[in-house]
Each structure stands twice: as structure tokens, then as C-alpha cells.
Ligand binder design. Structure first.
Ligand code: GPQ
Length: 837
């Protein structure tokens, strides 16, 4: 009975001795316990890596306590929950972030110290969790941190790829890809839930059956795979709330390949089982270009099916009526990648819960929201013939959704077939496709852009037709990044300085308080300490550069950084051409002029998609230019060029705090938002940038004088592109700026070697060939002016420091806390649910 149950609970609690303790002595005991019993090393001899493992398990235990309490509390209070669906999360390392969010960093550092270890060194032992490509994936990670910190009852869902984003190694200046088997050394940050499993089905046929006198479709699948949950606790800062990121791994089901078992082919059937596991094996490394591969589609459905079964099971535990679904469940589509969810929810409600199409559709339209991350019109498509074999029932559902949508449209806009064709979810043609963005827009109650500029383009270009139909759906949620990782974890010197001068650490939960730094703008002591912090970070970065590339760099030089995925639209090529121009200028200077030059260290880093040839050539060009310049004794410390290999989250944490200047060069109208710019801003690094994406809003906060702005504005880009095409035929050398032509000629003529290899790269910016779609030619002059302005500002260190302080002071709006609060209130309609202490 109840009394018996309570007596048992009380005995258990007394045995447990309360919650785990966080004083340094208790932590040491726990670390040693884990050394001995988890890592299975001797307490008397263990190395840095083993210390990391033991500390990680010690922290994990504390995370689990809070994670349990949070979920018990959510279960009890039954709030509306947000489910954040994303195929990519770039979490990076977890140790430092966890101890900071748990508020036990000093205690852990002291505990380690007394055991003869140093926290920083131990933390460096951890490898990155790189289950994503670039900005989109890191945004998901920042948003999880904010969701936990702001106490929202949210869950993240994703895939547990066994191989994350490839490791980039550079051989002879060329990128090579190596698998990232990140689970090789175990992963203490996940909890394997062998009992949380679901069957996911593929292939097969659809049949019609009679049920209670009505015709009903049933899907008879041909293959079954099992999804196993791996839970990753996400602790909030300054709260007990610890939410869950649930990642699915595929494993063979007992039902896999029944056929082969039955025909007695035992060996082959066992071997075939491994096919199941390949579903979640590897992350697709092609940032923003997914070209209808079956395995990718399988990954998407595997993810969608497992997540939705889990979500529906939880809903049904708490509620009996599906009418309540929109009040209790918000499903967020992080880009189009998870948008098969729409068809899957319809299938569950219609085929399994027998709600009837119209009722099901009504519910579905109230639970989904969608964020798009691209300015490009030509989005993700799924070939109909792939769907037909892999997910036959879903294809029928998609056709039916589209049929109803088209009928409704005809009533609204008449038989305007060209407009209907644009809006249709099904793309007709030689190859029929499902347009995932159209599907997501039609079915979501909210369509979000990631910056004001992005939203504007969505309304007027990308989704103009849809905006005409559903203006109320379109919203702007300017991206943000978490100051916990991007200042507190990665720049402890700046963290202490900010807290000292603001007299509080409250900015770690409320980034708007950073504006208070303006009160000390002209304080000489503040300036001195500010410069000191930057200097220490530059030293750390300089050591890393020397270790990675053998190049020694001067701390007096301006550290100029461009780190991000390599893309033509991000214009790393403009940067390299600028470097070559700088080199030419230096070569032509007399001794006197050289003395006045601001020395530069140009740092570039980023990965190219393995199949993106032009991007790979950009990487090679960077190395070829570096080799020439760095070995020119004439140049010395005045100019150094460094490529940082294998750029990832933990490299970013080292590079960003050490940068003086950072470059964000996308041709205006191409970068949906950009989030790297925000991270540099928060670290007091000045921006050299185009008026693109979120940079426009950064300017609203810090003013045009506080960064180095250049290039064509969005409205000018269209005109220039047209002009460019109208004088296509003749090469018109007079119209090509002299400096640009010279730099281009040097690369083309083999000044940096590899003449043939660089030919096609040069052609992208040449007329009659690639036609310079990204307008390097016309922006080059303006780019050089901005570079000159940066040099000039750097000479005046007082002015530079002021600009740097104003950058941090104006960065508050770019906290992902602001973004998430906005989503919670105006899109998801969820409330904080704070677990009591
Ligand atoms: N983004 Cl579509 C990606 O990182 N990968 C993608 O496949 C797509 C977009 C980025 C986008 O380029 C940036 O401008 C954004 O800041 C970022 O998503 C987050 O919204």
C-alpha cells in the first residue's frame, strides 16, 4: 500500500545521504572514485586524459540529479512543451560549459589542483561533439543553452551520428577529409537508454482495408529498424533546470531482414543487419546542398519517426484528447530537414488514431513552426521516386495535402496556373520533386527569418508568393549566440573584467547589462585592463598558430581573422586577393614608408564540403599565398598568412577571443544572418563587414563608425549583377580596377604556382566565364578602403580600445537568450517552468 511505498522511499533517501556535494573535498572523493571504478585506473597513477574522464563522470552525476528533478517537475506540472527538431547540433566540448552552468568551476579547479592537475589542461583533453556543419548547427546548440537557462520546458531531438563532421587535415596545402570517430574514447556526456527504443519502418506497400464500414489505408512496411535514445543533459545557468537533448542511434531490429532468416540464409542475414546501423552512421558534410540521396532521406525519416513516436507517447501519458495537442505540444522545424514530420504526424493521426483527415489537418496546422536559414530560393527537394519506394504512404499523404492546398488556392486566386505551379508542394517536370520549404510554409503557423534583412528578402523574393497568401505567418527572429559559451567559457579574462567593472555577474543571464560598460568608456585603468586581456588571448592564439603551422607571429601585429565554412558567397577569395594586394604594396614601398605600416597576421580557417571543388581551391590558394609571403625575408613581421586547419567549435573558442579584427565578407543579400560576427563582437573584436544579414542590426546597436563597413548594399547588388551581364562579351579592361586585375593576373599566371589548378578558380571572377556572380571586382576598391581604415584606427590604440569596448557594450541584443524569449512568447507560446531547488 501507500504507507509501505513511502517507508521504502524514505529509507532510500536516507541511504542516499541527500544530493551530491560540491565542495572541493567531496569532488575529489568522487573524482578518485571514478578513476578507480569507472575509468578503472589506479587512484595513485592517472594521466590528464584519465583525470578528464573521471571529472567528466563526476560532473555527469551532478547533471543527472538535476536532469531527473527537472523532468519529474515537468511531468508533475504538465506544461506545454517545445520540441526542437534539428538534424544538426554542434555542441563542441561539454566539460567547461557544464561546470560553469552548474556553478562549480572554482570547486572543480581546486579539487583538481589538490590532486595535482590543472583544470585548463584537463579540459583540453575533451574532443568536440561535431554533429553538424556550420552556423545552423551551432545555432541549435546556442539555443539549447538558452532554453535551459530561461527555464523553458523544451526538448531537443537529433541524430547520434557515429561519425561527426569530417576532420580536415592539410597535406601540401590541400584539404583532405578524415573520419571523425568521436565516440572512440567513450562519451561521458550521454546516457544510453536501452529501453527507450522505437521501431522505424521503411519501404513496403500501402493497402486499403475496411474498418467499421470505412475505407482505411494501411502501410505494410518492408523493413524495420530500431531507434535507441541517447540522452544528453543540457544544464541551464543560474537555475536547477537541466533539459534533454535526445539523439537517436539506429540498430538492427529483431525484425530486420526476416526474409533472409526465413530462407535459411543465416550468415547473410546477420551480415545484412549491419545495414540498419549505417542509417545514423555519418553526418552529411555538404553545408546547405542536399541532393536527393536515399540514405539522407532515410536519416531524415528515421529521425522524424523516432522523435514523433516519443513525443506522442509522452502526450498520451498525460492527455487523452488530441484536441489538446496544440495547447500542449509545439514542434519546431529547424530548416526544412525535419519537415517530413508534417506527413508523419498526419499519418499517425489519420491511420493510427483514426481522427479523420480534416480534423487531423486542423491540428497539424496549429502545432508546427518553421525557421529557414537561407536566402536562396532553390531549397531542399525530395525526388518523388525515392519517396515512392522508401515511404509510399507518406507520398500519398503529401499528394493529398497538396491536392487540398491547390483546391483551396484555386478558390482564392482562381486558375492562375503559373502561380499555382510556383506555390505547389509538388514540383512537376521530368523529375518530380517534393519541395520541402513549400510544405513547411503551408503547414506551419509561423515562418521565421533569422535577421530583419533575411525576413525582408523572404517576403519580397524567396517566398513572395507565400507572403501574399499568408502575410501573418512571417516573422523575424534575429539569431543570437550564448554569452555563456562565447564569453564565459572561452574568454575567462574578459568575463572577470566585465564582472569587475559592472560590479555584477548578472550579465551572464541578462546580456543587456553589458551596455553598462559604456559608463567606463574613458577610464584609463579600464582601458589598460581591457588591452591586457586581449594581449593574453593573443598570446594563447600565437602559441597555437606556431604549434599548428610553425609560423611565428608578432603580438604587436593586428590579428585579422576570417573563420567560417568556405563558400564562394562568403568571399574568402576577396580576403586572399586583398592579402596579395597588401603584399604588392609592401614590396613596392621604401624603407621609410614600411616603418609606418601596421603589421598584420591574416588568419583564415574553415572547411570545404568534400565535393565543392572551388572551395577546395580557395583553401589551396590560401596556402600557396602563405608560403610565398611567409618566406619572403623582405616582408618579415609586416605580413604573415596563416591557415588554421580543422576549424571547429573548440578552435573557435581559442581564435575568437584572440582576434583584433574579423572579416564577414558575404556579398550583400546572401548571408541569412551570420552568427560568427556576434561572437567576435562579444569578444571586443572589431568587424570588417558588408551590410549583410545580422551585421545590419549590429550597426543599429553600435553605429556605423564602430566597424569597417564596405561593399555594395543589397539594393545595389541586383543592379550591378544586371550591368555585369549586359557588358558580358567584351572584357573591358578599363572597367576592371587596376589593382584587382593585377592580383588576378598574378594568380592566373602562376606567381603562386599551380597555374593550371587555379585557372578555374580565377574564371569564377572573370567575364565570359563565371562572370563574377559574387561581385568581387566591383567591391574590391571599397574593400581596400575599409582595410586602410582599419589600419589607421589600429595606430590609435586609444581609439581602437574605445571601439572594442563599445562593441562588447552593444552586443547584448545578440544573446540567444533574447532570440529564445522571442520565439517562446510569439511563436511557441510556452512559459518558463522552473524546477524548485
Ligand atoms: N546556414 Cl541553409 C548553415 O549554416 N547551413 C545551412 O545549410 C544553411 C544556413 C546558416 C546561414 O548561412 C547563416 O547565415 C545563419 O546565421 C545560420 O545558418 C544560422 O541561422
Amino acid at each position: 500500500g501507500l504507507g509501505e511505498h513511502r517507508a521504502k522511499a524514505e529509507r532510500m533517501y536516507s541511504l542516499m545521504d541527500g544530493f551530491l556535494k560540491n565542495d572541493p573535498i567531496s569532488l575529489q572523493k568522487d573524482i578518485l572514485h571514478h578513476v578507480e571504478y569507472t575509468v578503472a585506473r589506479s587512484r595513485f597513477s592517472f594521466d590528464d586524459f584519465e583525470a578528464y574522464q573521471a571529472l567528466a563522470h563526476t560532473v555527469r552525476d551532478r547533471l543527472i540529479e538535476r536532469w531527473h528533478d527537472t523532468h519529474i517537475y515537468f511531468k508533475r506540472t504538465k506544461p506545454k512543451r517545445l520540441y526542437f527538431l534539428s538534424l544538426e547540433f554542434l555542441m563542441g566540448r561539454s566539460l567547461s560549459n557544464s561546470v560553469i552552468n552548474l556553478g562549480i568551476e572554482d570547486q572543480c579547479a581546486e579539487a583538481l589542483n589538490q590532486l595535482g592537475f590543472e583544470f585548463e589542461v584537463v579540459a583540453e583533453q575533451e574532443g568536440d561533439a561535431a554533429l553538424g556543419n556550420g552556423g545552423l548547427a551551432r545555432l541549435s546548440a546556442c539555443q539549447m543553452d538558452s532554453l535551459a537557462t530561461l527555464d523553458y520546458p523544451a526538448w531537443g531531438y537529433g541524430l547520434r551520428y557515429e561519425y561527426g563532421l569530417f576532420r580536415q587535415i592539410i597535406v601540401d596545402g590541400f584539404q583532405h577529409e578524415k573520419p571523425d570517430y568521436w565516440l572512440n574514447f567513450g562519451n561521458p556526456w550521454e546516457i544510453e537508454r536501452i529501453h527507450v527504443t522505437y521501431e522505424v519502418k521503411f519501404y513496403g506497400t500501402v493497402e486499403e482495408v475496411e474498418m467499421n464500414g470505412e475505407k482505411q489505408k494501411v502501410w505494410i512496411p518492408g523493413e524495420t529498424v530500431e531507434a535507441v535514445a541517447y540522452d544528453n543533459p543540457i544544464p541551464g545557468y543560474g537555475t536547477r533546470n537541466t533539459i534533454n537533448l535526445r539523439l537517436w542511434a539506429a540498430k538492427p531490429s529483431s525484425k530486420f531482414d526476416l526474409e533472409a532468416y526465413n530462407t535459411g540464409d543465416y550468415i547473410n542475414s546477420v551480415v545484412n543487419r549491419q545495414k540498419a546501423e549505417t542509417i545514423s552512421n555519418v553526418l552529411y558534410p555538404d553545408d546547405r546542398s542536399h541532393q536527393g540521396k536515399e540514405l539522407r532521406l532515410k536519416q531524415q525519416y528515421f529521425f522524424v519517426s523516432a522523435s514523433l513516436q516519443d513525443i506522442m507517447r509522452r502526450f498520451k501519458e498525460e492527455h487523452t484528447n488530441f484536441d489538446e495537442l496544440p495547447e500542449k505540444v509545439a514542434l519546431h522545424l529547424n530548416d526544412t530537414h525535419p519537415s517530413l514530420s508534417i506527413a508523419e504526424v498526419m499519418r499517425m493521426l489519420v491511420d493510427e488514431e483514426h481522427l479523420g483527415w480534416h480534423k487531423a489537418w486542423d491540428i497539424v496546422c496549429k502545432i508546427f513552426s518553421f525557421t529557414t536559414h537561407t536566402m536562396v530560393t532553390d531549397g531542399e527537394k525530395i525526388p518523388v521516386d525515392l519517396l515512392e519506394s522508401l515511404l509510399p504512404r507518406h507520398l500519398e499523404i503529401l499528394y493529398e495535402i497538396n491536392f487540398n492546398f491547390m483546391e483551396e488556392l484555386k478558390k482564392r486566386i482562381g486558375l492562375d496556373y503559373s502561380r499555382l505551379a510556383l506555390l505547389s508542394i509538388v514540383e512537376e517536370g521530368a523529375m518530380k520533386n517534393i519541395r520541402m520549404a513549400n510544405l513547411a510554409i503551408v503547414c506551419s503557423h509561423t515562418v521565421n527569418g533569422v535577421s530583419k534583412l533575411h525576413l525582408e528578402k523572404l517576403k519580397t523574393k524567396t517566398f513572395k508568393e507565400f507572403y501574399g497568401l499568408y502575410p501573418e505567418k512571417f516573422q523575424c527572429k534575429t539569431n543570437g549566440v550564448t554569452q555563456r559559451r562565447w564569453i564565459v567559457v572561452s574568454n575567462p579574462g574578459l568575463r572577470d573584467l566585465i564582472s569587475k567593472w559592472l560590479g555584477t555577474e548578472a550579465w551572464i543571464r541578462d546580456a543587456d547589462l553589458l551596455s553598462g560598460l559604456r559608463d567606463h568608456l574613458d577610464n584609463a585603468d579600464f582601458h589598460l585592463e581591457w588591452k591586457m586581456v586581449k594581449k593574453v588571448n593573443k598570446m594563447r592564439l600565437a602559441e597555437y598558430i606556431e604549434a599548428m603551422s610553425g609560423v611565428k607571429v608578432s603580438l604587436d601585429a593586428m590579428f585579422d581573422v576570417q573563420v567560417k565554412r568556405i563558400h564562394e558567397y562568403k568571399r574568402q577569395l576577396l580576403n586572399i586577393f586583398g592579402i596579395i594586394h597588401r603584399y604588392n604594396c609592401l614590396k613596392n614601398m621604401d624603407k621609410d614608408s614600411r616603418r609606418k605600416v601596421v603589421p598584420r597576421v591574416c588568419i583564415i580557417g574553415g572547411k570545404a564540403a568534400p565535393g565543392y571543388e572551388i572551395a577546395k581551391k580557395i583553401i589551396k590558394l590560401c596556402h600557396a599565398v602563405a608560403e610565398k609571403i611567409n618566406n619572403d625575408t623582405d616582408i618579415g613581421d609586416l605580413l604573415k598568412v596563416v591557415f588554421i586547419p580543422d576549424y571547429n567549435v573548440s578552435v573557435a573558442e581559442l581564435v575568437i577571443p584572440g582576434a583584433d579584427l574579423s572579416q564577414h565578407l558575404s556579398t550583400a543579400g546572401n548571408e541569412a544572418s551570420g552568427t560568427g560576427n556576434m561572437k567576435f563582437l562579444m569578444n571586443g573584436c572589431l568587424l570588417l563587414a558588408t551590410a549583410d544579414g545580422s551585421t545590419v542590426e549590429i550597426i543599429e546597436e553600435i553605429g556605423e563608425d564602430n566597424l569597417f563597413l564596405f561593399g555594395a548594399k543589397v539594393h545595389e547588388v541586383e543592379k550591378r549583377r544586371q550591368k555585369r551581364l549586359s557588358n558580358l562579351a567584351p572584357l573591358q579592361p578599363a572597367k576592371i580596377p587596376l589593382h584587382f586585375a593585377r592580383v588576378l593576373r598574378m594568380v592566373r599566371d602562376g606567381y603562386f604556382g599551380h597555374k593550371d589548378y587555379f585557372k578555374s578558380l580565377c574564371e569564377t571572377v572573370e567575364f565570359g566565364f563565371g562572370n563574377d556572380y559574387y561581385l568581387l571586382t566591383s567591391d574590391f576598391g571599397s574593400y581596400l578602403e575599409a582595410q586602410a581604415a582599419a589600419d589607421k584606427a589600429f595606430v590609435n590604440q586609444d581609439k581602437w580600445t574605445r571601439m572594442s569596448i563599445l562593441s562588447v557594450a552593444g552586443s547584448g541584443r545578440f544573446s540567444s537568450d533574447r532570440t529564445i524569449q522571442d520565439y517562446a512568447e510569439s511563436t511557441w507560446k510556452i512559459n518558463p517552468c522552473r524546477c524548485p531547488l
